[in-house]
Design a protein. Structure first.
Length: 226
């Protein structure tokens, strides 16, 4: 199984929460003392150029992230060995139905619905590992209708990628093709039908973006109503 085909072969999406302190603060959350994560279904993947669907009654927010694509199966590995399990990266946007998430948090319930709708993980093509020499120093940006919303760098992560992978692997096996979303910088905000979302990433200091994505936004015509 090739990690390059993670969109069709990956079994799970592991999403790290509150891994940028300014993002935690903007939502009124405490900055975590240790990593925590939630799971998203792979059915939420949306390839570059697709359309994000807004379910009825949902306030949907964008969260741009560096995604790590796992290259081989493993569990219980040390942070010092973690990068040996990485095949590459991708540029991802973790879409969140914020009103559903807020309601679930208030009630002490899981967030799965707020994160798991179809099209709620827009993600780029595979980026080979060697294309990003230092994943701890990558610029991330996102625009809505050509206006900057998010502009950050992975150097501001609270927990680095090796520690995150080691932590997750101590709980569950990470398998080839799995994706780990590493957290979002501040600036998250709502999107609406008719919007156009663009995003990009580049190693800090590079002259141009290594990857760009673009998505349209439309109302979802479905049974769900918040």
């Amino acid at each position: 199984m090739s990690a390059r085909n993670f969109l069709s072969t990956g079994k799970k999406i592991v999403a790290i929460g509150r891994n940028f302190s300014e993002h935690a603060k903007e939502l009124g959350n405490a900055v975590p003392k240790s990593p925590f994560f939630f799971l998203k279904p792979t059915s939420s993947y949306l390839a570059n150029g697709g359309t994000v669907e807004i379910p009825t009654g949902c306030e949907v927010h964008h969260e741009v992230e560096l995604a790590v694509v796992i290259g081989k199966d493993g569990r219980d590995y040390q942070a010092s060995d973690a990068m040996n399990y990485v095949a590459g990266y991708a540029l991802a946007i973790d879409m969140t139905a914020r009103n559903l998430q807020t309601e679930a948090k208030t009630k002490g319930l899981p967030w799965s619905a707020s994160k798991g709708f179809d099209t709620f993980t827009p993600i780029s093509e595979f980026i080979p590992k060697e294309s990003i020499a230092d994943p701890s120093n990558v610029d991330l940006w996102l625009k809505v209708n050509d206006a900057f919303r998010q502009n950050g760098n992975t150097k501001d992560m609270i927990f680095g990628i090796p520690m995150l992978l080691s932590y997750v692997s101590s709980i569950m096996k990470l398998e080839a093709g799995d994706v780990v979303l590493t957290g979002t910088p501040s600036g998250v905000g709502p999107i609406s039908p008719g919007d156009v979302i663009t995003a990009g990433l580049k190693p800090a200091g590079a002259g141009k973006d290594l990857m760009n994505v673009q998505y349209s936004v439309a109302a979802r015509n479905g049974l769900f109503k918040a």
